[in-house]
Structure formats: C-alpha cells, structure tokens
Design a protein around this ligand. Structure first.
Ligand SMILES: CCCCCC/C=C\CCCCCCCC(=O)SCCNC(=O)CCNC(=O)[C@H](O)C(C)(C)COP(=O)(O)OP(=O)(O)OC[C@H]1O[C@@H](n2cnc3c(N)ncnc32)[C@H](O)[C@@H]1OP(=O)(O)O
Length: 241
C-alpha cells in the first residue's frame, strides 16, 4: 500500500478509535486531526528540471517521465501531498513537544539534500516502480559536494544513497529510519556528472526493511558504489529521545 493511503487510513482509524473503546495517545490524535485539516503550504517542486541541469539529467528525466505514462513508474515530487502528510505526521507523533515549540528553528529547517542553491549541491529526481518495489534516482552532484579535487565527497554519496533508500523504505513501510548503511566505494564519481542510484526492497521482516542499492553511470558501464541498508519502522508508542 502507498504510504499516503496507509497514513490516511491509520489517521482515520485513530480518529474513529474512541468508538472502538481504546483512546490512542494524544499526539497521534492531534496528528490525525491535522492531516484532515485544510492547512496548505505551497512549496517549489525541486525534482523538476531547472537551468542547472545538464543534458544527461534532462534526458533521463524525459525518458522516465515517458515511462510514467503507462503507470508502471511514478515520478516522486520533492514536495507533494504524500511527503507533506508523512512529515506532518512524523512531527506530531515523534517530535518532542520541546522541539516542536521551537518554531524559529523548525521554520529554518530544510531537507539536507534540498538545501543548496540550484546546481551547487544535489540536483536529483526520483521515480518509483511499485510492482518491482524499486526506486531510481538520477543525481547530478554539484561543485559544493567536492571531496577529492574533481570528485564527489564520500559523505555526499552516502547522503544521496540514504535518501533514495529511505524513499524506497518509506513507500514500502511507512515511517522508518535508517539504522545501518554499508557502502562499498568502487570508483570515484566525477563532479557534475549524472549517476543513477537504483534501490530495491530485498526483504521485510516485521519492523525491519532491508534495502540494497547500486550507483552507476547512466550508460550503466561504470559501477561507482554499492550499498545495503537496514531501516526500522518507527513505533509510535516509543519516544525517539
Ligand atoms: C523519517 C520519516 C520522515 C518522512 C519524510 C518523507 C519526506 C522525505 C524523505 C526524506 C528522508 C530523509 C531520511 C533519511 C534517513 C535518515 O537520515 S534517518 C536518520 C538517521 N537514523 C537515525 O537517527 C536512527 C537512530 N536510531 C533510532 O532512533 C532507533 O534505533 C530506532 C527508533 C530507529 C529504532 O529503535 P526502537 O524502536 O527502540 O527499535 P529496537 O527495538 O531498538 O530495534 C528494532 C529491531 O531492529 C534491530 N536493530 C536496531 N538497530 C539495528 C542495527 N543497527 N543493526 C541491526 N539490527 C538493528 C533490533 O535488534 C531489533 O531487532 P529484534 O526485534 O530484536 O529482532
């Protein structure tokens, strides 16, 4: 089931729960109520082409947008109803009241991978194939992500792998966090080149989701990195801190 549906169904269940007898925790009820409120925030979709995208990134974007036409692939916008609902639910259920009250800090918060000016950091777009439980991410790593001169920093590679694996796990399992990420760096990635990160769900065991990834050149000839990761579905009854 898609997380947007799962989150809304769970929220509906929470809102109806008093009739079933047991009252869910107040935090969960507030989050569920908010989900169905009319609050709307307008954001820019950073997964759409901008003038910093090179021809390879535009080409892969166009190719995969075509694949979306028959419904087998889905374009994942950087902001959309699904991710805003999950973020809202996460804040309400898992963010401590103390942190939630620090409005100024929260209003300045940005998703790490989307916090750079166009073209300087991570320029990327993701597509998801529900049947194959697979997500691909096309990423052009900009000049502010340099590690060795002319090449991407290993931490930035880990970041975009984690981001793609996280989306794969969130779509399959709802609200999850990375607990383990193992990466083999096999070849350095030239700055400003476009790579494809391919992530798939290997196994789900209870709250554990096992995701594997590889990072290749877009002609698939060069394997830059491969990785395995473990995600744990968060338990709304356990505090994160
Ligand atoms: C995040 C949702 C927001 C959605 C927003 C969507 C929009 C945009 C997408 C952006 C996505 C960005 C996110 C990128 C990913 C991240 O950066 S996450 C941040 C980094 N990770 C963390 O900080 C996690 C820190 N860890 C924890 O807080 C806790 O471990 C946990 C809360 C995840 C789990 O704790 P708990 O609920 O207490 O579970 P446990 O009982 O400890 O464990 C459950 C089972 O898992 C096994 N396990 C735990 N850790 C590991 C490990 N490292 N390796 C192997 N196994 C592990 C544990 O043994 C338990 O197993 P059994 O049940 O005993 O078999």
């Amino acid at each position: 089931m898609f997380p947007a549906c799962a989150v809304r169904l769970r929220a509906l269940h929470i809102l109806r729960a008093p009739r079933g007898g047991v009252l869910p925790p107040a935090g969960e009820r507030r989050a569920a109520q908010k989900l169905f409120s009319s609050e709307k925030v307008i954001h820019k979709d950073r997964s759409l082409p901008n003038s910093s995208w090179n021809s390879d990134l535009k080409l892969m974007f166009d190719q995969f947008m075509k694949k979306c036409e028959d419904g087998s692939w889905e374009h994942l916008p950087s902001y959309g109803s699904r991710s805003s609902q999950i973020v809202q639910y996460f804040k309400e259920v898992f963010l401590e009241t103390k942190l939630r009250k620090d409005e100024q800090m929260l209003s300045q918060a940005r998703l790490f991978t989307r916090s750079y000016e166009d073209g300087l950091g991570f320029e990327y777009v993701m597509f998801h194939n529900e049947q194959e439980k697979r997500t691909v991410c096309f990423c052009q790593g900009g000049p502010y992500l340099q590690g060795p001169p002319g090449f991407l920093h290993g931490g930035s590679i880990a970041t975009i792998i984690d981001e793609t694996a996280s989306m794969t796990a969130i779509i399959a399992g709802g609200i999850v966090m990375t607990v383990n990420l193992n990466i083999n760096y096999k070849r350095p990635i030239p700055l400003c080149s476009v790579v494809v990160i391919n992530c798939q769900v290997d196994k789900i065991e209870g709250r554990k989701l096992f995701i594997s990834c590889d990072v290749r050149s877009i002609d698939e000839k060069t394997l830059y990195s491969d990785a395995t990761s473990l995600f744990i579905k968060l338990d709304p009854n356990k505090s994160l801190t």
